[in-house]
Design a protein around this ligand. Structure first.
Ligand SMILES: Cc1cc2nc3c(=O)[nH]c(=O)nc-3n(C[C@H](O)[C@H](O)[C@H](O)COP(=O)(O)OP(=O)(O)OC[C@H]3O[C@@H](n4cnc5c(N)ncnc54)[C@H](O)[C@@H]3O)c2cc1C
Length: 377
């Protein structure tokens, strides 16, 4: 693994690594496949990481951090992904909602939701996609009509991960039909137990613990004070959250890639280095290293003033395709044993979603073509 040893980075990475080794049960590696879905361990990990400042390393101690520099924090995230540390239970709450609250929330919203969201005491869903609006998010039609001091919400969301067990949802709604489509959207915080909301889980082919839901709104009443950001300013909140989601996705993908590479190394130990599978493994390792270096390059550019560097799109695109490639290679290399290997079966299926959520690969390529390569629309 390419490690970026900037001043202080090595120390932070090693300190975290020691902390994590102390935290994890002694049979963690051996029984990883079971621990991966162990809600109790994942919850304990989130709370312990919050208390010791490793959860959001660049944030202040009261928000689960240690005030590390962005480079140190990235080294800690890459270390957590590579180990891999237990997966958090409500990744969208921590990585998308908590950041949106800090950037756009009122003082009341921050005090009501921020700590609970970071610790995982309050669980969140993200209500963007609709049956007719996925890639083209700005075309969404769920409406929030302002009526005095409340919004009346009507419409439908789909593919809403974990809505069935979430307490709240950041819901993107149309609040002005007269404006251009992206300028008539607002983000609102919706308590999912509100009357008029019907949440229907969708039966999944995968055995992962994330469940998609359809969420129906029939004149659900949401207080005006739950507006996140400005009225009709939801597009700004959405863009920021999608950027945060891409950051979350590439390190999450890195974790799956690392596990696939470890399995491949074990399986191919002793193999002729010039064999097809050994060469393909070397290609995956090189891409994994390029991915991490691109992550540092994106951060470098961000810190030198580029608000949303295009590397963020590339990280999402490349990491999503590399997860599929790594587990696909493992499946092929395992041959007839693959269908009876629970981990290979499950991870190969889970990997299919990576090129869809957070913006499909086709959409990332379109944006890179236009914004980076300057190709015509
Ligand atoms: C595991 C997972 C979790 C998810 N969780 C959530 C969630 O919590 N909340 C939420 O709101 N959504 C969630 N989604 C939904 C996800 O954001 C959408 O599936 C995604 O944005 C694509 O939208 P769509 O499914 O409507 O496909 P469409 O937009 O209908 O696209 C269908 C196909 O057409 C292609 N396409 C569309 N437009 C173009 C174009 N202009 N050029 C080239 N190709 C194009 C797409 O790439 C895709 O292959 C999740 C999805 C997955 C897989």
């Amino acid at each position: 693994m390419v490690v970026y040893e900037h001043a202080g980075v090595k120390e932070a990475r090693e300190e975290f690594s020691r902390w994590l080794a102390d935290f994890l049960p002694s049979d963690y590696d051996e029984r990883f496949h079971q621990y991966r879905w162990d809600a109790k361990l994942r919850r304990e990990y989130q709370l312990a990481a919050f208390d010791s400042g490793w959860l959001m390393p660049e944030w202040p101690p009261e928000l689960g951090g240690k005030g590390l520099t962005p480079f140190e924090a990235m080294a800690v995230r890459i270390e957590a992904a590579s180990r891999p540390a237990p997966k958090l239970l409500n990744i969208q709450g921590l990585n998308m909602v908590a950041r949106a609250l800090r950037a756009h929330g009122t003082a009341e919203q921050v005090s009501k939701y921020l700590i609970g969201t970071i610790r995982g005491d309050q669980l969140w869903a993200i209500g963007m996609s609709e049956p007719g609006s996925g890639s083209d998010l700005a075309s969404l039609t769920t409406t929030a009509e302002l009526d005095g001091s409340s919004f009346i919400v009507t419409g439908q969301k789909i593919w809403t991960s974990d809505a069935h067990r979430a307490d709240y949802c950041t819901l993107y709604c149309r609040t002005d039909r007269e404006r251009p489509k992206h300028a008539g959207i607002s983000a609102i915080i919706v308590e999912l137990s509100t009357p008029g909301i019907d949440i229907r889980p969708i039966k999944m082919a995968s055995q992962g613990d994330e469940v998609f839901c359809e969420v129906f709104f029939d004149q659900a009443i949401v207080p005006l004070e739950n507006l996140l950001g400005s009225l009709n300013g939801g597009w700004e909140v959405a863009l920021r959250s999608l950027r945060d989601e891409r950051h979350m996705i590439w390190t999450m993908n890195l974790s799956e890639i690392e596990r696939g590479l470890t399995r491949l190394r074990e399986l191919l130990a002793g193999e002729d280095p010039s064999s097809h599978f050994a060469l393909e493994l070397a290609r995956c390792v090189a891409k994994r290293d390029a991915l991490c270096l691109t992550g540092y390059r994106a951060l470098e550019r961000e810190l030198s003033g580029t608000a949303d560097p295009p590397e963020g799109l590339m990280l999402k695109l490349i990491s999503s395709e590399l997860v599929q490639q790594t587990w696909g290679l493992l499946r092929d290399a395992a041959g007839p044993l693959a269908p009876v290997d629970a981990e290979i079966v499950q991870e190969s299926i889970e990997a299919l979603g990576a090129t869809i959520y957070g913006g499909t690969s086709e959409i990332q390529r379109n944006i890179i073509a236009e914004r980076v390569l300057g190709l015509p629309r």
